[in-house]
Design a protein around this ligand. Sequence first.
Ligand SMILES: Cc1ncc(COP(=O)(O)O)c(C=O)c1O
Length: 416
Amino acid sequence: MGFSYRHNRLHCDEVDFQTLARQYGTPVYVYSESILRRNAEVIKTCFIDDGFDVSYAMKANPNPEILSLFKTYGFGVDIVSAGELQMAHYSGFKGSEINFAGVGKTQAELKLALENEIDHFNVESQFELDQLETQAALMGRQARVLLRLNPDIDPQTHPHISTGLKQNKFGMGSELVSHILTHAREYPHIQFDGLHCHIGSQITNPQPFLDLIDYLQRYTNELSQSGVKLSHLDLGGGFGVNYENPFEDILTTTPYLETYAKSAKAKLGRYKLHIQPGRVLVANSAVLLSRVLGVKENGDHYFVVIDGATTDLIRPALYNAYHHISPCERKENTRLGDVVGPVCESSDVLAKNRELPEFNSDDLLTVASAGAYASSMGSTYNLRPRSPEILVGVDGSTRLIRRRQTFEEMTTLYQI
Ligand SMILES: Cc1ncc(COP(=O)(O)O)c(C=O)c1O
């Protein structure tokens, strides 16, 4: 299942990457349906079957094929913009299956979400709560709310994806949350259902999650002693994956899922529990298939220049993230160097200081773990069209699930 070598050639399930490159061109994202299903099945078994609500954080990958596949496993969606709300609808989700997170929502977005009768808002600030109260009053609606608490817990991850520390812009401190909840009657159009926490992303050590569970246990006890009654707790997403060993199964990349679910259930089980995973569901399901344009040396530095770029996968440039490089045809010799794209930025590097196979022009390679925060963070910088996405089905079929952007599509925006 998934990505593996057969007779020294890399395959996605039964399909050879040479065939995919010939048929669809490069760069192209290649997804394995069998891995997407395996990941969804594991999350369903660990969480949904144990009474949790699971909302897929669609920012990780909003392709509608992936969204509707996850819907069949009983997932809702976690959105952060009007665009994501519309894509959720387009992919078949009802308002009641959507929750709206994010540190800044416009008045137009609050209105749209209320019109669409979404399940609830995760509110991150006093100003957002005031604006939501005003909008809901104008529309004669009641908004269900979970307040996003910033618990000041260090998630031990890259600083750019840490969200639960005081110095991060997300959520509200416990004093403010307690104040709002003990003054709930000042917001007649808000129904305060509970709390939301999301402490960060790519968390590989389970301890920060266990600390969060203990923190919430203490804090909710304090709240109930002050007479505050809540029914829902959303523990956010953040489950990390193994980028070094990208073709591992979800239960190996993220071994703590079951214990985490059990611990949350044991300590917070009197609440309806939610999670919002993104990365863990999709990261290992795709690779970015690219062609080597050529190799070059500057002094004693060796570069492999490929047709894929940071416009397809910005994580190495943004977070110094590791993405594994695999040749589509196994090679004997290796050489220390960088894999870089054609974009006019020195940060357009997909792999730095790596022992790489000795590539030649026209070779194919894959950049692994390209299912999460890859295509969704793509751009058209240097007027490079967005790369296509293809799905290798469980039946061995292959099909486009997003086509390559055309030049005409890029110029349309200038026709004003
Ligand atoms: C509020 C919220 N929930 C869930 C997620 C998903 O995180 P992950 O992809 O690490 O599971 C994010 C990611 O930024 C987020 O901000």
